[in-house]
Unconditional design. Sequence first.
Length: 307
Amino acid sequence: MRTANSYPIGQQGQVWTAAERAQWRAAQGVKRSYAADVLRCAEQLSHEFALIAYGELDYAPDLYPLFALRSKDWRDELPSVLVTGGVHGYETSGVHGALQFLDQAAAEFEGRVNLLVAPCVSPWAYERIQRWNALAVDPNRSFREGSPAEESAALMRLIAPWQAQFLLHIDLHETTDSDESEFRPALAARDGKDFEPGEIPDGFYLVGDSENPQLDFQRAVIKEVAKVTHIAPADARGEIIGSPVVAPGVILYPLTSLGLCGGVTAARYSTTTEVYPDSPRATPAQCNAAQVAAVSAAIRYALAHPD
């Protein structure tokens, strides 16, 4: 059912101009600190991992250094693993789950894989608990040549030297109640469309690549995450967020053609996690732990099935 959009910025049925985008940006206040929450944690991990600066976002008056953590003993003969978080800055467990994985679980894989972890791709949005960047652009629809999002373009430049080495890419996300109350209405308003209400799934699920599903891999990740938090069931239509469920807790998107971060490599295995932090059955600690479990399970499977 489509409804008239009552979002407070813009005119019904009209695509936002630069004026509406500026109005939206002005309404976004800082709610938390990238430096305190993320950079400080990364610096504490730098005795175990190489801290790599790969760019800077200039959203005057604010500057945000972009960084990743990489295995210090990087060996070209080993398979490589890319972990990304915070592509949508408001999806908190993606950021903290990536850092927690490095702190608590990465030692299991030392000497077996090369790790490259970009824990907070969108720091401006992290501070404002927002989905878009400062230009009202969604970085997770912008992983393509000529990207309109510097967050996405910078990450693509970072990974380019190792593109052929990645066996696995796992991108850490959340699905939140605010998707339905704020972010999807904002999207409809920005694009001059009516808002079509949806349904938020209660639980963890994965988004695999419809061009390379690797369902046994997806199932292996779900199996391990289910030990930490509950898995989202299909709705009455057999779907999750409008896509058919192809295995318990698994849906598929064409990741590359949609410009999604999960499709940014040619890795044999790729998946996008979706944690549900607003569930009464999940705590923030469980959400972070679910992300850690997903990354660990994904690496174990990939190492056991490299070909």
